[in-house]
Every structure is written in C-alpha cells, then in structure tokens.
Ligand binder design. Structure first.
Ligand SMILES: C[S@@+](CC[C@H](N)C(=O)[O-])C[C@H]1O[C@@H](n2cnc3c(N)ncnc32)[C@H](O)[C@@H]1O
Length: 245
C-alpha cells in the first residue's frame, strides 16, 4: 500500500478510536443518550403505552405521592395524571441533566408546580426522597441501565410506605436462552457496545426473575409480553407490580 492510499485507512482508524474514546466520557454518553432518546423515545413510549396505562389506572389512587424514577423526557407523566385521581405530589428523579429542562416543562404542562413537584437530578441510588414517604414508585425502562438492579429495587422499596407499590415496565432478555435473539443480546451487551450507545442499557438482564427473587415484597405480580412492533432485539418485556411488605 502506498503512503498516499493508506491516508483514508488511517483517518478511519483515528475516527473510530475517537468515537470509542468519546463513549468512555460520561458527559458525552449522557449527551448522546439525550439526543437518541429524543429521537426514538416517543415512538417506543407509544408502543408500550397500553400496558403502562393499564398499570397506572389500576394502581395509582387520588392523593398518592408518586416517584417516577429515570423519568427521561416525562413520557409517563400524562399517563399517571388521571383527572379523577389527582396526585398529592409528583417526584421526578432524572440524572441526565440534558433531559431536565424538557422534563420540568412536561411536568408543569400537566399542572405539577410549587409544592406538588419535586425534581432531583440524582440517580435512584442517591435519592433524597425520605424513607417510607411514597405510595407508588414507577420504574419504566430503567432497570436495564442502572448499574445494580437489585440495589435499585432496595432503594425503590426504601422510599415506599409499607403496602406501597413499585410498578414495572421493562425490556428483558429473550425468554429462550438458546435462541438467536438472546445470543445477539448477550454479545452486544458483553462487548460493551450496547451499554456504550444506550447509556448503560443491558439487553440480557433477566429482570423479572431478579425482581421476584428480591426480599421485601408482600406480593409480586408480573406478566410477560412480546412487543412485536418493536426492534427485534428489544421485543421481550415484563410489566406488573410489587407490593412492599
Ligand atoms: C430508557 S430511558 C426511560 C425514560 C422514561 N422512564 C420512559 O419510560 O420513557 C432510561 C432513563 O433512566 C435514567 N437512569 C439511568 N440510570 C438511572 C439511575 N441510576 N437512577 C435514576 N435514573 C436513571 C436515564 O437517565 C434515562 O432517562
């Protein structure tokens, strides 16, 4: 190869190296994910909305304090703002600072202002919400990307009063471990590629089993569903609730 013809190859290598390095910087990963979720989050939310509405209509009551963990751009706010069941208070936890201004606007547009709204940019694991002060904690598409899902559940339970509920809607590993989808999910996750572009998202978590195996529940009820309209890699989901003992 002549020195001149090797220039494009070297440039491509340098570019690839730069991209890999950039995804190691948390600020860049957060920025990237805020752009990505702005582009695809609304469509994903629309596909999952019927299940989410079912959960919220069944488990949210008038006067509840609800904590929406990893609230993103506020995709769920309209779904738990039910005219006949006004919340006493909405607490939003969203560590990605790039999403926070739009999240606040979404909450205010639904009438959450003043003492009815608390918004924290801390992750769930550092949540300042007082022990036992919440009636409902919503985890919608969050347990795939927290560093330690069991620890996250413990923190969700900590914020709840006894008898309070955690509501779950999560994508999970493909059910049949031998199948192609699971193998691809595992390869993309273990290689670090998917967590890098998805702000920590892991495709191969058996989140349903993990939730059921956690202590601190009086009852857990989860259902599986296949989001056939979604991306082939991210079709398998669970949704349901756990009641704190
Ligand atoms: C895939 S988005 C889902 C957003 C929203 N819940 C929804 O259903 O559209 C995942 C969100 O979880 C947030 N997140 C990630 N790790 C978190 C943590 N440890 N504590 C709280 N939120 C977290 C991310 O910043 C991101 O906004």
């Amino acid at each position: 190869m002549s020195p001149i013809s090797s220039v494009p190859a070297l440039a491509a290598l340098a570019l690839a190296g730069g991209v890999v390095l950039a995804f190691r910087i948390p600020k860049f990963r957060h920025w990237w994910f805020s752009v990505l979720w702005a582009a695809i989050g609304a469509d994903i939310g629309k596909m999952l909305r019927p299940r989410k509405r079912e959960l919220l209509e069944e488990h949210v009551k008038a006067g509840d304090v609800l904590v929406d963990v990893g609230a993103g751009y506020g995709a769920s706010i309209a779904d738990y703002t039910l005219p006949d069941k006004p919340l006493a208070k909405l607490v939003l936890l969203e560590p990605n600072q790039n999403m926070v201004p739009a999240l606040r606007r979404a909450a205010e547009a639904q009438g959450y202002t003043g003492a009815r709204l608390e918004l924290y940019t801390t992750p769930l694991e550092a949540s300042p919400v007082r022990d036992g002060s919440a009636d409902v904690v919503l985890l919608s598409l969050v347990l795939c990307s927290v560093p330690d899902p069991e620890l996250a559940i413990r923190h969700a339970l900590r914020m709840l009063r006894p008898g309070g509920k955690v509501l779950f809607l999560e994508h999970v590993a493909a059910a049949k471990q031998g199948e192609w989808r699971y193998l691809v999910q595992r390869a993309l996750t273990k290689s670090g590629f998917w967590p890098a572009i998805g702000d920590g998202c892991c495709l191969d978590r058996e989140t349903g089993r993990m939730i059921e195996s956690c202590t601190g529940w009086k009852r857990v009820a989860l259902k599986e569903f296949d989001n056939t309209k979604g991306l082939w890699l991210v079709r398998d989901h669970i949704y349901g609730y756990g009641v704190k003992a």
